[in-house]
Design a protein around this ligand. Structure first.
Ligand SMILES: [Fe+2]
Length: 290
């Protein structure tokens, strides 16, 4: 009897795969048939009760309902916290191009944020004043002029504008452009560690699996330049306590940067308008040619 059951179960999988055989788009056919194969294998492995299967459907339903336009994207959060986002990232960046390492995009980007001058302060809320600057270059060292650096980070309360309606929309966000030497400069505040939102299904999953929701402090970058591949990455604060346990598995050693204390009156202070001590971080990005 055992064998008959197994045969009947296997037949369901075969039937579904067969039903997908006429999919006109070959890539879609591959994606759908593999999805069915792996999904059925998972079900076969864990043998869910009907209550468990319904709970899984309810979990995904709740995840969709939690999504809210630009402000909340619970499915990205789920992909990030299950390590799928970083796996997709790794697969798509296997070849060494000499470019800066990539990491997760995350759910908090907002398009169309203010264009800012070199060195302009993007912080409208308090924090430890900081200057983040450096160059954008090609792998051969050629400066990349006119690269657009789209930046986003949380306020000192650990929340992004958009998430936190008390913040001005453009707070700690903006688009900077490199000059003819490929130089960029961002005046901001030192990023802080923050917990990803835990008031939805992803938070329930983290809690049920005894995981913390914290991300090490970081600044998000999306860098775009003509004739180069777009770069999506972060700069993490060196020494952050969560570097080894990022809730979304995004940390890479090459993406850590030190913020160093500079005294009032430092050579860079007057150029960038700091009237007291500030923290300086330097980082050079490399973009792969397209
Ligand atoms: Fe972030």
């Amino acid at each position: 009897m055992e064998t008959n059951h197994t045969a009947a179960e296997a037949a369901i999988t075969d039937q579904v795969i067969e039903r997908l055989a006429n999919t006109p788009d070959p890539r879609l056919k591959t994606l759908m048939q593999a999805l069915v194969r792996h999904l059925h294998a998972y079900v076969r492995e864990v043998e869910p009760t009907e209550e468990e299967w319904f709970a899984a459907i309810q979990f995904l339903t709740d995840t969709g309902k939690m999504c809210d336009g630009m402000v909340r994207q619970e499915f990205i959060l789920l992909s990030d916290t299950l390590g799928v986002s970083m796996l997709v990232d790794a697969i798509n960046h296997r070849q060494a191009t000499g470019a800066t390492d990539t990491t997760v995009f995350g759910p908090f980007y907002i398009a169309g944020m203010p264009e800012r001058e070199c060195g302009e302060n993007m912080a409208e809320t308090p924090g430890r004043p900081a200057l983040v600057h450096g160059h954008v270059r090609s792998p051969d060292g050629t400066p990349v002029a006119g690269a657009v650096l789209d930046i986003w980070q949380t306020a000192d309360n650990g929340m992004y504008s958009g998430q936190d309606t008390a913040q001005p929309a453009g707070n700690l966000r903006g688009r900077y452009r490199t000059d003819a030497d490929g130089y960029y400069a961002i005046r901001t505040i030192v990023p802080v560690s923050y917990p990803i939102p835990t008031d939805g299904p992803v938070g329930r999953m983290l809690n049920a699996t005894d995981r913390h929701p914290w991300r090490p402090a970081h600044l998000h970058f999306m860098i775009d330049a003509p004739a180069h591949r777009k770069l999506v990455t972060h700069l993490f604060n060196q020494g952050d306590p969560y570097l080894d346990s990022d809730a979304v598995f995004g940390v890479k050693p090459s993406l850590q940067v030190a913020y160093e204390e500079r005294p009032a009156g430092h050579a860079l202070a007057s150029r960038f308008g700091f009237d007291g001590p500030f923290q300086e971080a330097r980082y050079d990005f490399v973009l792969a040619p397209r």
